[in-house]
Design a protein around this ligand. Structure first.
Ligand code: FE2
Length: 428
């Protein structure tokens, strides 16, 4: 069997730690250097070259290929490294001690901070998409404005780019000023953070009043706070809106609400309504001459631990609910309560997008809307004076990847954290 150290390995075995010190029991390794991690966990995450491809970091050993009766037969520990000898086959693994510390018992109380780089140790958040990893906000918490950045600096300065994109992960949105007022510029912004998500609306879509709109977004009507495309599965998780022309005659202001905050307020004020919206699947639907889309899910989606993870709110595309009369009454009351919280002036930030402003937001969390506008442009043309936004979709995992790669560069660690993570996590 081959032992391969990942991370610093060295030093002499600590006093009393020698092969044969293991308990030989699958879930009672006993040695403090193992931090309470059971034999099967240690074996499943063995970083040796037989178990994990050194080049890609991907796991070679399948769970079905491991001994079902694996035990810890011995432990050799130094400050930097922990060598484990497994029974019944004598396989050896060498772990960096700080890597084990990330996943095992620390002796400290569980953190709720959601810091980047923490793994799924006991009590730690392991899903950066849930409310535990976010900064929930009402309007007053933002000091009157949404997080902002500047496109030229965003392009030139990786730290500024990282700060802007990190705001999308923590607060759900950022506005970039000084994006060139050119058709299609929104696609360049999307490409700077990930990949454009093409839909039936195209690679980008124009948001402006049109004579025969297939979607109320393309009219001058007010639009209540909503998430986009809940009739799509998977839903686009990032949306961008780039202002090319503001409304000439006023109105058309943009509104943004933290849907996670609204859902959390509902949970506190009316737990029964919150439970109704987390447990009642509803269908959203959209159709036009070329498209028929339907998707079903609860308005407030929770993770398996009961934390808010996704909101879906869009009155324009909610299909008739299929519920008994009493259930329908309960559902619509809960839906109304959530929609009222989403539109509460204390929750919602109103901003006037100027030409060149591009908002990037988390479409699983941020509810966006607009006020009505009376426009000066003539029908059919994109002439000066018409409110005209261009939008497109992208994905949150791509944005998170961009932030992580930027952080790698800033730390100058050449991907050490990623490599460390991969010692225990195989991708595909
Ligand atoms: Fe929208």
């Amino acid at each position: 069997m081959t032992s391969l150290a990942r991370g610093p390995v060295g030093g002499e075995p600590q006093g009393g730690a020698r092969p044969g010190d293991g308990t030989g029991e699958p879930d009672g390794p006993g040695h403090p250097a193992l931090r309470g991690l059971p034999a099967v966990w240690l074996r499943a995450n063995c970083p040796c070259a037989d178990c994990q491809d050194p080049g890609s970091g991907q796991r070679l050993a399948a769970i079905t290929g491991l001994p079902a009766d694996v035990t810890v037969a011995g432990v050799l520990a130094s400050d930097a490294a922990v060598e484990v000898i497994f029974g019944p086959d004598g396989h050896r693994a060498v772990f960096a001690a700080d890597w084990l510390a990330r996943y095992g018992d620390s002796g400290d109380p569980p953190s709720q901070g959601g810091e980047a780089g923490t793994g799924p140790g006991p009590g730690l958040p392991d899903d950066d998409r849930t409310e535990d990893a976010k900064c929930l906000w009402a309007a007053a918490d933002l000091g009157g404005g949404i997080p902002q950045g500047w496109w030229p600096r965003y392009l030139a300065d990786p730290e500024h780019r990282s700060a802007c994109l990190s705001a999308v992960l923590t607060h759900g949105l950022v506005v970039l000023h000084e994006v060139p007022c050119e058709p299609g510029a929104v696609l360049a912004v999307a490409r700077s953070l990930g990949y454009v998500r093409e839909t039936n609306y195209g690679r980008l879509f124009d948001v402006r009043a049109e004579p025969s709109a297939a979607n109320l977004a393309f009219t001058r009507l007010p639009i209540a706070p909503h998430t986009d495309n809940p009739y799509r599965d998977p839903v686009p998780t990032i949306q961008l809106l780039h202002c090319l022309h503001a409304a000439a005659a006023g109105g058309g202001d943009s509104t943004f609400t933290d849907g996670f905050h609204a859902a959390a307020v509902l949970r506190g004020r009316d737990p029964a309504a919150f439970t109704c919206l987390t447990t009642t699947p509803v269908t959203f639907a959209y159709s036009d001459a070329a498209t028929v889309l339907r998707a079903t899910g609860p308005m407030i989606g929770l993770d398996p631990r009961g934390r808010i993870r996704q909101v879906r709110l869009n009155g324009r595309s909610l299909a008739p609910v299929r519920l008994p009369a009493a259930g329908a009454r309960t559902f619509y009351a809960a839906y109304r309560a959530f929609a009222e919280l989403a539109a509460d002036p204390e929750a919602l930030v109103t901003t006037t997008l100027a030409p060149g402003d591009c908002v990037i937001f988390d479409n699983t969390r941020i509810l966006h809307g607009r006020t009505a506008f009376a426009d000066g442009g003539g029908p059919g043309g994109a002439s000066t004076g018409r409110r005209h936004l261009q939008g497109c979709y992208a994905d949150l995992d791509g944005l998170a990847s961009t932030v992580a790669v930027l952080a790698r560069g800033q730390a100058g660690r050449a991907g050490r954290e990623d490599q460390d993570e991969r010692a225990g996590q195989a991708g595909s």
